[in-house]
Design a protein around this ligand. Structure first.
Ligand code: 5GP
Ligand code: ZN
Length: 115
């Protein structure tokens, strides 16, 4: 999608600190990290959020938990613990409408998933 921020990162039109890339997924550091490790893991193909999955994007998204776990290991937070989350839509707190999963760790995150 031409005017989507994360599609522009996929196309390398705007810079990002990319930490993982394969045929269908891309991960990069969040520009405003909420924890010592805060990565965004996205399917390369544009898809707004989980409400908008198609068979093609669902196939890529299905690989996200495994790749996220590998990223957690690579960034040294797997043993201590980490979080994988996605915000979906207005009340879900979504800001960027290209499906993305936050991989967060490196500090105690608490047990609450919302406040
Ligand atoms: P959301 O609120 O949609 O779940 O999360 C969007 C995330 O994207 C936020 O954590 C925000 O800091 C991050 N973000 C917004 N713009 C950029 C950008 O241009 N580059 C990077 N790396 N992250 C961004
Ligand atoms: Zn996009």
């Amino acid at each position: 999608m031409s005017d989507c921020l994360f599609c522009k990162i996929v196309r390398k039109e705007i810079p990002a600190a990319i930490v993982y890339e394969d045929d269908t997924l891309l991960a990069f550091k969040d520009i405003n990290p909420q924890a010592p490790v805060h990565l965004l893991l996205i399917p390369k193909a544009h898809c707004e959020n989980l409400n908008d999955l198609t068979p093609a994007t669902a196939e890529a998204a299905a690989r996200i938990p495994g790749v996220a776990a590998q990223l957690a290991r690579d960034h040294g937070v797997a043993e201590a613990g980490w979080r994988l989350t996605t915000n979906c839509g207005i009340e879900g707190g979504q800001g960027v409408y290209h499906l993305h999963f936050h991989v967060i760790g490196g500090k105690p995150l608490g047990s609450r998933v919302c406040r």
